[in-house]
Design a protein around this ligand. Structure first.
Ligand code: 5GP
Length: 213
């Protein structure tokens, strides 16, 4: 278990994006398993749950009407239409967690990453996961249960569209080896946690150090 003590600092927003099949979900899952002090931000979506998905854990599944209601109440930090469905990041929970000093992990597309960066520039750290090659990406998509040639072709088109936004991210990781990619992601999190501007709890510590002289 990789751990780092929760300090009195404000939490940060670790935003992950990638084309489908590049390993983002696997990396996110691994991070959640190994870092108990990082919490996954659970988005709202209008798409139907997949067989292994749990409402409230993977997503808050909702109707289009409910989603529109949340937009009208300004309940999202960002929302976007991705493929054929709506996805949104709930605002209140996010702000509450950050203020409580909890680091949050976001699994969003490039539109979400862009919007979160705009809204919360001091809190956001964005990471884009790239495949080592398009052939490797296609092979990973083909190995998925239920994949058809049409679905793979569509995902490959979507992947090209998503990859074009790579320059908007703070960090890019080429996921050739999952363990190496995970180590890099973990290092990014550790380094970003120690940014001086995030460590607002250091003030009393330094004052005490100086008083000891
Ligand atoms: P899936 O339906 O496969 O779980 O997700 C489809 C895409 O929607 C993925 O790229 C995922 O990162 C993105 N996504 C999930 N939640 C959100 C969200 O709250 N906002 C945005 N902008 N994208 C999201």
């Amino acid at each position: 278990m990789l751990n780092s003590t929760l300090t009195g600092r404000r939490g940060l927003m670790l935003v992950l994006s990638s084309p489908s099949g590049a390993g983002k979900t696997t990396l996110a899952r691994k991070l959640m398993e190994q870092c108990e002090d990082v919490k996954l931000s659970v988005s709202m979506t209008t798409r139907t749950p997949r067989p292994n998905e749990v409402d409230g854990k993977d997503y808050h599944f909702c109707s289009e009407e409910e989603f529109r209601g949340t937009i009208n109440q300004r309940g999202f930090l960002e929302w976007a239409k991705v493929f054929d469905h709506y996805y949104g990041t709930p605002k209140a929970n996010t702000l509450r967690d950050l203020e409580a000093g909890r680091d949050l992990l976001f699994d969003v597309d490039w539109q979400g990453a862009d919007a979160l960066h705009d809204q919360m520039p001091n809190d956001c750290v964005s990471v884009f996961i790239l495949p080592p090659s398009m052939a490797a990406l296609e092979a990973r998509l083909a190995a998925r249960a239920g994949s058809t040639p049409e679905l793979i072709a569509r995902r490959m088109r979507d992947a090209r569209a998503e990859i074009k936004h790579w320059r908007r991210y703070d960090y890019c990781i080429i996921n050739e080896d999952l363990d190496v990619a995970f180590d890099t992601l973990w290092q990014i999190l550790c380094v970003e946690r120690t940014r001086r501007l995030r460590q607002d709890d250091l003030e009393p510590h330094v004052r005490q150090l100086l008083d000891e002289l």
